[in-house]
Design a protein around this ligand. Structure first.
Ligand code: TYD
Length: 208
């Protein structure tokens, strides 16, 4: 049997990393075989592309270049790691996937429908079985990030508030478009309350 494909999404500072650590511990406690990965990244080539994408100095990167680089990293990630892992029966837990490109590039950068088209090429149409969207209005998320010690803002975090508002609208639109797959969880709650909601969704999937 194929593994489950789970992605975690959210705007910057929505508490994604904390929740991912908790999901990891939960799956381990259940002896559920899984691999934790991330986008952009997850393979050697995709991690090199990640360095290009997030470097704060490359302010001149155009929106289309950015979209294509995220998609290129994803194509490598899907073919080299995600599909073979799922086929071997191990589940995948990924920190971000295509929905981030829809939110950040289609909505944030206003590239629209072409982002889906390019990403369908990159993924061959592969979608997560479950996507958790940690919903935190962006003005709250950025404040959380700025408070983190030793945190250097990456190129996307340095964008203006209006950009982050558009990204957020993109995620909300995805939740409305695909409610069976994308589960919206209020990330302004306590860490434990957020995790309890994630577990409810996760258990429904693991029972399948
Ligand atoms: P990362 O350090 O992983 O940020 P976070 O901790 O918020 O997940 O950097 C990923 C950044 O790249 C983040 O700002 C979101 C952005 N991104 C896109 O714009 N498009 C994409 O397709 C992906 C996967 C990420």
């Amino acid at each position: 049997m194929n593994g489950f494909f789970i992605s975690i999404e959210g705007t910057d500072g929505s508490g994604k990393s904390t929740q991912i650590r908790k999901i990891e511990a939960y799956l381990q406690s259940k002896n559920h075989p899984f691999l934790l990965t991330r986008e952009p990244g997850g393979t050697q080539i995709a991690e090199r592309i990640r360095d290009l994408l997030l470097h704060p100095e490359y302010r001149e990167m155009t929106a289309k270049t950015e979209m294509l680089l995220y998609a290129a990293a994803r194509a490598q990630h899907v073919e080299e790691l995600i599909l073979p892992t799922l086929a071997s029966g191990t589940s995948i837990l990924t920190d971000r996937f295509v929905d981030s490109s829809i939110a950040y590039q289609a909505f944030g950068r206003e590239l629209g429908d072409m982002v889906q088209v390019v990403n369908d090429i990159a993924t061959g149409g592969k979608k997560p079985d479950l996507t958790i969207f940690l919903d935190l209005p962006p003005h709250l998320g950025i404040v959380r990030k700025q408070k983190e010690e030793n945190h250097t803002m990456d190129r996307l975090e340095l964008e203006a508030n209006t950009f982050h508002e558009k990204v957020y609208e993109g995620f909300v639109a995805l939740c409305q478009k695909e409610p069976d797959r994308v589960k919206r969880i209020d990330a302004s709650q306590s860490v434990d309350a957020v995790f309890a909601e994630i577990l409810r969704e996760l258990d429904v999937l693991l029972m399948k």
